[in-house]
Design a protein around this ligand. Structure first.
Ligand code: DGP
Length: 116
């Protein structure tokens, strides 16, 4: 069994977070340490630690992350100018919390994808 992270507690409302969207499949909340004017994390309610743990039965839930990302981007007023979606995996990807999450970043020009 995968070990729960702080994100499971956020999903269950056991610790505070600025939740912008929640349904039966996903939860979205503002990142505690924003790297852009809009920085929202969109996560499956089901605990999947990393992209390496994804199975075919997760397809619908993970596809829903994109539907919710597009909806939130519109609501945040950043859809037209554009934004970046990032999912980090493990050490080289810079993953710190082992519950898959999609970063939605926008509200300014984000520059090149990777720092040199
Ligand atoms: P990553 O490096 O991809 O695993 O990103 C983890 C992100 O999670 C990082 O941007 C900071 C954010 N984060 C960590 N703990 C909390 C928390 O307790 N609340 C919120 N809102 N965000 C958190």
């Amino acid at each position: 069994m995968a070990e729960e992270t702080i994100f499971s507690k956020i999903i269950r409302g056991e610790i505070p977070a600025n939740i912008v969207f929640q349904d039966d499949k996903v939860t979205a909340f503002r990142d505690i340490s924003p790297q852009a004017p809009t920085h929202i994390l969109i996560i499956p309610n089901k605990l999947i630690p990393t992209v390496n743990d994804v199975t075919p039965e997760d397809e619908q839930t993970l596809g829903h992350l994109f539907v919710v990302a597009a909806k939130i981007a519109k609501e945040e007023g950043i859809a037209e100018d554009g934004y970046r979606l990032v999912i980090n995996c493990n050490k080289h990807g810079g993953q710190e919390v082992f519950h898959i999450h999609m970063h939605l970043l926008g509200g300014k020009s984000l520059g090149p994808l990777l720092s040199k």
